[in-house]
Design a protein around this ligand. Structure first.
Ligand SMILES: NC(=O)c1ccc[n+]([C@@H]2O[C@H](COP(=O)([O-])OP(=O)(O)OC[C@H]3O[C@@H](n4cnc5c(N)ncnc54)[C@H](O)[C@@H]3O)[C@@H](O)[C@H]2O)c1
Length: 333
């Protein structure tokens, strides 16, 4: 049995609690939340799990191998640090911390102590992202020109992070994974309409050294609920629409053919081929993520979304935040 504690029993933490409680071979021994009212509500659903208001009993318990941190972003660093220092493996929600210094310290600590440090970049565990990776690796899409993503809705309006820090880790982790490359310049525009200095809507642009480009639109102040990633390649284009119940991936055999020259000038041939919807077996990404964490804890294998991946995302967020403050000025990474 792998003893696990989940810290943070809020809107998202409840999903971790459900998933870890269902995995065979896992003992969800503790739920920790500083707000006792959250614990009271959960006790009747998890009668065999101890409800605690601080981490001390968790860290002193030798049966606890892994601590899952799904508390508010500002508490990720102190809770992860304490857990790593107590020789626990850690799965921490995104963003792993709110600055580069704390993220680097977490990575160093984990590596120094030989602990697993995994970051909850959920979409990396999505079966459609696996398929996109395969398609890019096999060059089915051809050279990638650009990517744009939309992650907008009328949703939870946070006070301790803006729309950039709350949503962009999803898109950034996928873009970094798919392109296997870091951007060299970022710029971001955004505005705070609801709360002072907390941007509700952000348009983030990433530029890569070879001319590839990505644009990310983030908002919790939008009439539509959209979770979409569009990738335009030289051979094909794809759209991953996570709001679709089953047809989440569409592959467009569309593009621009080679130039033809004749005495009257140059012609571009446009190709309007078939649209394919592959049948992808859906699995719950959070369940896959949680099972991966347990496997890493047991086998000491390196997580697919480790601390260094989390650090790369935080570096981009910090530069994007600087650009936001400077009204969209490009910031070198
Ligand atoms: N991976 C994803 O898809 C995804 C989705 C939603 C949220 N999240 C992340 O999960 C985290 C939690 O989000 P949420 O929507 O559940 O927030 P929430 O505000 O609903 O819940 C946070 C909980 O953490 C508790 N908490 C705060 N500080 C604590 C501390 N020091 N010790 C113990 N408990 C503490 C709060 O009392 C609260 O119950 C955030 O970092 C968010 O970005 C990830």
């Amino acid at each position: 049995m792998v003893g696990i504690a989940v810290v943070g029993a809020g809107a998202w933490g409840k999903n971790h609690i459900r998933v870890f409680s269902e995995i065979p071979g896992v003992h969800l021994k503790y739920i920790c939340d500083s707000d006792p009212s959250r614990l009271t509500k959960l006790q009747k659903f998890y009668p065999h799990t101890k409800m605690v208001e601080n981490l001390s009993p968790v860290l002193q318990d030798p049966e606890i191998k892994g601590v899952v941190i799904a508390s508010s972003a500002i508490s990720h660093f102190p809770l992860a640090k304490e857990s790593l220092l107590a020789s626990k493996d850690v799965l921490v929600e995104k963003p792993m911390a709110l600055n580069v210094k704390d993220s680097e310290e977490m990575v160093k600590l984990a590596e120094g102590e030989g602990r697993i440090l995994m970051v909850g970049h959920l979409l990396i565990y999505h079966p459609v992202v696996d398929r996109l990776k395969e398609m890019i690796a096999s060059e089915e899409l051809g050279r990638i020109h650009y990517i744009y993503t939309q992650r907008v809705n009328l949703g939870i309006i946070r006070q301790d992070e803006n729309a950039l820090w709350s949503f962009a880790p999803h898109d950034l982790s996928v873009i970094l994974e798919l392109l296997n490359e870091r951007p060299v310049v970022v710029s971001a525009h955004g505005e705070s309409y609801i709360q002072k200095n907390i941007e509700d809507v952000v348009f983030l642009s990433l530029h890569f050294s070879d001319g590839k480009m990505a644009n990310i639109h983030l908002s919790w102040l939008d009439p539509h609920k959209v979770r979409k990633i569009t990738i335009v390649g030289a051979k094909k284009m794809v759209v991953f629409d996570d709001m679709e119940a089953s047809e989440k991936l569409k592959i467009y055999d569309k593009g621009v053919g080679s130039l033809s020259y004749d005495s009257y000038g140059e012609y571009l041939s446009l190709r309007f081929g078939d649209i394919t919807i592959p049948n992808i077996k859906m699995t719950e990404p959070l369940r896959t993520e949680a099972e991966h964490f347990i496997r890493c804890v047991e086998s000491r294998e390196k997580p697919k979304t480790g601390g260094r991946d989390g650090l790369e995302v935080v570096k981009i967020l910090v530069s994007a935040q600087q650009s936001l403050r400077e009204k969209g000025a490009p910031v070198d990474l």
